[in-house]
Design a protein around this ligand. Structure first.
Ligand SMILES: Nc1nc2c(c(=O)[nH]1)N[C@H]1C(S)=C(S)[C@@H](COP(=O)(O)OP(=O)(O)OC[C@H]3O[C@@H](n4cnc5c(N)ncnc54)[C@H](O)[C@@H]3O)O[C@H]1N2
Ligand code: MOO
Length: 388
């Protein structure tokens, strides 16, 4: 059995960053920028008013009167300049007339025909200088997973198309005679496919393009057919059939079809029967079938692989420190990724850790990592965890 770190190293060796492609900005959210994007203009492109009021020259005193000589609105500049004793009616977002040194907000004026009297003053000039947000040539640096805020920024930069790393195509195959899809009517000995759906959601959130394959039955013929449907995938993920039972055929069938296996079995709980290797052009990861095992392995191994395909480097999923709110019994021979609740910096493992319990996983917001061979730990001990 190899360690989690060694397994991750093997998995990263199976991953190469994918080529890039141009996509319309409206489709780029969540994708990874593959090439710096460059602002095509200054923003704002002119000095603009930040408030509704009057553009004035100088710093008119309270009580002074000014003559209104025109109007500037967003999209419509005032053709002319403003001088001493004058004001231009102006609205938020409008270009300021030449000569403007500040905006007097309308709440600080009283108006009578074309004359205003200044009734108050504020320290701010309420001017937004040209290029105050960004200047032409400013860059959004790659690689970067594009957030909604980034999309807004790129739009303001007049970047209509962006170059992003192609999404990795992941084919997920559930295996087992006992499985039916949600919505179907299970026979008396059957259960519903669960972790394939959880993994699809997880990996799509990470930026993958996920295909759910039809369920493969526990036979060489059915598994061979299902593997035949994985063409074009960058990553093939099987679920179940990975252990040592008579019906655990995934490894042997995959090897017949060309799997060059890198490892089988890791010192991790849950997740011991994990396997991985290369199958043609694709990386192949065989996950254990227990629903929580498959999901935990998804967090620990598949999420970093997706990030690797997207050119975001080869790093484990982020961990953070937390403090045990309750004591923990001694560990086993494998690193234990325990379902837990994290409240501030205090973490509590659930009492029930069986790898079939999806209710517990769903109630967890962290995986508490108890290292292999750990002694019993007192409350207050610092531990690592993966926030979920
Ligand atoms: N004698 C031993 N038995 C087992 C060992 C062992 O070392 N020696 N390891 C155990 C561990 S740990 C795990 S994990 C499981 C993994 O077994 P498999 O990967 O072969 O998974 P299955 O037997 O096919 O399924 C296990 C369990 O999960 C359910 N399952 C499978 N696929 C799905 C799915 N897509 N959605 C929902 N549920 C699924 C399946 O019905 C089983 O209940 O082996 C232990 N045994
Ligand atoms: O290691 Mo298995 O993955 O506990 O349930």
């Amino acid at each position: 059995m190899i360690s989690v770190t060694e397994a991750l190293d093997h998995l990263f060796a199976l991953v190469t960053p994918l080529p890039s492609e141009e996509v319309p900005l409206a489709e780029a959210a969540g994708q990874v920028l593959a090439e710096d994007a460059v602002a095509r203009r200054d923003q704002p492109p002119f000095t603009a008013s930040a408030m509704d009021g009057y553009a004035v020259a100088g710093d008119p005193e309270i009580g002074s009167t000014l003559t209104v000589i025109g109007e500037a609105a967003a999209g419509h500049r005032f053709d002319g300049s403003v001088g001493p004793g004058q004001a231009v009616r102006i609205f938020t977002g409008a270009p300021v007339p030449e000569g403007t040194t500040r905006i007097v907000i309308q709440e600080d004026t009283s108006r009578d025909g074309d004359t205003i009297t200044v009734t108050g003053s504020e320290p701010s000039t309420h001017l937004r200088p040209r290029g105050g947000d960004f200047a032409a040539g400013a860059r959004v640096a790659a690689p970067r997973r594009l957030t909604p805020s980034d999309i807004a920024l790129l739009a303001a930069m007049n970047v209509a198309q962006v170059r992003v790393t192609r999404r990795p195509v992941v084919a997920i195959m559930s295996t087992g005679d006992e499985l039916v899809m949600p919505g179907e009517t299970p026979g008396p000995d059957q259960i519903i496919v669960s972790n394939a759906f959880g993994l699809k959601a997880m990996l799509e959130a990470e930026g993958a393009d996920v295909r759910l394959l039809p369920i493969a039955r526990d036979s060489e013929a059915s598994l061979t057919t299902a593997f035949g449907l994985t063409d074009g995938a960058d990553l093939v993920v099987t679920i179940g059939g990975a252990s040592v039972g008579d019906h655990d055929l995934v490894g042997p069938v995959a090897e017949t079809l060309g799997l060059a296996r890198d490892f089988y079995k890791i010192a991790m709980r849950p997740g011991k029967p994990l396997m991985a290797g290369r199958m043609g052009d694709a990386a192949m990861v065989g996950l254990p079938g227990n629903p929580v095992s498959a999901m935990v392995c998804g967090h620990v191994f598949l999420r970093p692989m997706i990030a690797g395909f997207l050119g975001l480097g080869s790093a484990p999923v982020p961990t953070r420190k937390a403090v045990l709110a309750e004591p923990l019994g001694k560990g086993s021979a494998r690193d234990h990724y325990m379902r837990a609740t994290l409240d501030g910096d205090r973490i509590t493992a659930f009492a029930r850790q069986d790898s079939s319990l999806l209710t517990i996983l769903s109630s967890s917001n962290a995986l508490l990592i108890q290292p292999a061979n750990s002694p019993a730990l007192d409350a207050g001990t610092q531990v690592d965890c993966i926030p979920l």
